[in-house]
Structure formats: structure tokens, C-alpha cells
Design a protein around this ligand. Structure first.
Ligand code: BGC
Length: 365
């Protein structure tokens, strides 16, 4: 009940802000997916990105700058490489500068509450970009690739790779998850475990270290060094007696390469390793058959979709949605794009025409 009242109040405040700007109102009061009453075509759009923990974020910066400029908006696009406090300060400054829409890729989606509340009270529309904003009612739209599906693909690929490359079950595996403060890390892990847990229960997969809980396998800051240290320790503790390490679930390419490095430096045969992001170095490894799989989430598509949504809002239209994702406070209206699972088999077809991957693509296709 309390939540409902707050929601309506916030929606009303957001609408008031938008109406003040444009001189016209909007009768949409659903408090979510609400794009307000439109705003000037050259309005300031604030894009707040996290640390550069993977190539997708680096690409997003340039794509947002070019896309927003081409769409006629003013823009500010910033990384928060120094952490949560810097991201909070940057968002505060964007409010001061009069932004009309935020696209936020949060370092920690639960740590921006006061900034988001203030932004909403000023009528700023808030889009969670790639990572959801959690523990807040102040988010209007979430635009991302389907994170749970990413995990399902990773779990499926791990099993497929084990079947193709590591003889018959049972297989020994280890698990790596992303950074616990990133709202994406748990859905990635849960998606993968929805596939792997039944095989663990059936005895086809054995997590030799016994580390199967998200809290045990997550990787602070998505940092390769943290994942590699953990794998080094596990390998030294559980696999130095010749126990085969057949596969490693990795939530992204950066950590996947760290896992491969840990295995190689311990002199182990190449395990089946999953990934995500289709980073240049990992795409090469997939073509070479070293990394078994990656997930292609074309950053161009995600940025283009986000700007399409901003354009809808600019014209006073509601955001387009095809899903909802609960964030602990509300069901966030969501637009999901489909991720693509890529192994050596479909890599040529999947990556054809991507300018970032053209160099490596042309070496193999
Ligand atoms: C993104 C992934 C990325 C990870 C680390 C996640 O939120 O969805 O694509 O690999 O952050 O940067």
C-alpha cells in the first residue's frame, strides 16, 4: 500500500517536472514506463557509465556520443572509474546541468538512491542501461540484453563443450560469477545454474572445490586478477594431484581469459570455458578453439535502442517495453534485446559485418 502511494506521488512529481519544461502535461500515471510529456529536441542527456571493466563499456561511450549528437541532443557521457562515490557525484552534477534523461550503467545499482530520487523530483527520466537500478522506485525503464538468458546460454554451452571435448560424464568443473554489486551478476549466475544444477544433482557435474554459492564464487569489481587468484588457489588446492579440471563457468570474457590463464600456468589441459561480450581477444580464442564460447551482445544495438527510447520520450510518447524486471521495490518496465550464444561453429555467421571484430573475423572466415 505504502509503495503504491509513493509510486503515484513520484509519477506525479516527474510529470510536473516535465510539464514545467514543455508547458504541456500527460495523463499517464502508471509510474513506470512513463516517458512524461516530452522535452526540447536539443535537451541534455546524461549518460553515466561504470568502470571500464569490459570492452562493451568502452564502446558504449563513443556510440552514445555519436548517436546522441546525430539525434540532435546535447550530451554528457562519463565513466566513474574511481567508484561509487564518483558516480554519485557525476550524477549530481548532471542534475545541476539540467539533464532531461539519464541513461545509467551503475557500478552498484543499489547505491544511487538519493541521486535518483532527486533526479525524479526534477522531472528527469531515468533509464537503467545494461544494469538494473535496484532498491529504488525511481527508475522508468530498463534497457538490456536478457541477463538470465545469457546465463542459460553459458550453462548450456558449458555442458555442450564438456560433451564434445571431455569424454563422458562425470565432469569436474569450477564456477565463477561476476561482481556482487552489479545487479546483472546474480541473474547471469542463476541462469547458468538453472542448467547446471540438475546436472550437479544427477552427479554428471562435480564442483570439486565445493564452492557453489554465489557468495563464494563472485568476483569483486569484475577484476580478472581476482578471478585468476581464486582459480590459482582452487587449482593448487584441489587439482594438483592430477584430478582433471574439465570446465569453468565464466560469466564474461575478461574472467574467462583469467580462468584459461590460471589453468595454463598450472600446466593443466585447456578446460571448457564460457564467456560473454565477444571481446576481440576472446573472439580470437573462440575461433582458435581455446575459449569454448562467448555471448554476443552487440553494443551498437543496445545504445541504438536506448537512444530510440530517448527519442520516444522526447516526443512525449511512452517508453516501449517487452518485459518487467523486479528490482526489490517495483517491477521495472523493461526492454530486453536477445543475446546470441557463439561457439566456433557459428562464429563466422554471428560476427560478420561487426566493424570492431572485422580484423579477427577476416583471419578465420
Ligand atoms: C555487463 C557485462 C560485462 C560486465 C563486466 C555486466 O554488467 O552486462 O556485459 O561483462 O558487466 O563489465
Amino acid at each position: 500500500m505504502k509503495k503504491t502511494i509513493r509510486l503515484v506521488a513520484l509519477a506525479a512529481t516527474a510529470l510536473l517536472g516535465a510539464a514545467t519544461l514543455t508547458g504541456c502535461g500527460d495523463d499517464n500515471d502508471n509510474g513506470g514506463g512513463d516517458a512524461g510529456g516530452g522535452f526540447p529536441a536539443d535537451a541534455l542527456i546524461g549518460v553515466s557509465l561504470p568502470q571500464q571493466t569490459s570492452e562493451n563499456w568502452v564502446l558504449a561511450e563513443r556510440l552514445f556520443e555519436n548517436g546522441l549528437r546525430d539525434a540532435g541532443f546535447s550530451y554528457v557521457v562519463q565513466f566513474a572509474n574511481d567508484g561509487v562515490t564518483e558516480q554519485q557525484n557525476q550524477i549530481d552534477a548532471m542534475i545541476e546541468r539540467g539533464a532531461r534523461v539519464f541513461a545509467i550503467g551503475a557500478i552498484d545499482g543499489a547505491q544511487l538512491g538519493p541521486q535518483l530520487e532527486r533526479a525524479h523530483s526534477e522531472g528527469i527520466l531515468i533509464i537503467a542501461y545494461d544494469r538494473n537500478l535496484t532498491a529504488t522506485t525511481n527508475v522508468d525503464l530498463y534497457v538490456a540484453f536478457d541477463n538470465f538468458q545469457v546465463g542459460v546460454y553459458q550453462g548450456t554451452a558449458l555442458l555442450q563443450g564438456l560433451e564434445e571435448l571431455k569424454g563422458s560424464a562425470p565432469w569436474n568443473i569450477e564456477l565463477i560469477a561476476g561482481s556482487a554489486d552489479d545487479a546483472n551478476a546474480l541473474p547471469f549466475f542463476n541462469g547458468a545454474m538453472s542448467v547446471l544444477q540438475p546436472a550437479i544433482d544427477a552427479g554428471d557435474l562435480v564442483v570439486v572445490s565445493g564452492q557453489t554459492e554465489f557468495g563464494q564464487v563472485s568476483t569483486d569489481g569484475w577484476l580478472a586478477a581476482n578471478a585468476q587468484n581464486r582459480m590459482d588457489t582452487i587449482i593448487a588446492g584441489f587439482y594438483d594431484d592430477g584430478t582433471p579440471l574439465d570446465g569453468i563457468l565464466s560469466p564474461n570474457d575478461t574472467l574467462g581469459r583469467a580462468a584459461l590463464t590460471a589453468a595454463a600456468s598450472a600446466g593443466l589441459p585447456n578446460p571448457v570455458v564460457t564467456g560473454q561480450d565477444a571481446e576481440v581477444e576472446s573472439v580470437r580464442l573462440v575461433f582458435e578453439g581455446v575459449q569454448f564460447q562467448t555471448i554476443y551482445k552487440d553494443t551498437r544495438a543496445l545504445v541504438t535502442e536506448t537512444i530510440r527510447q530517448i527519442n520516444l520520450a522526447q516526443g512525449g510518447n511512452a517508453f516501449a517495453t517487452n518485459d518487467v524486471v523486479p528490482n526489490g521495490e517495483i517491477d521495472v518496465p523493461t526492454f530486453f534485446l536477445p543475446p546470441i550464444s557463439v561457439t566456433q561453429t557459428n562464429a563466422c555467421a554471428a560476427f560478420e559485418g561487426d566493424p570492431i571484430l572485422e580484423g579477427v573475423w577476416s583471419d578465420f572466415c
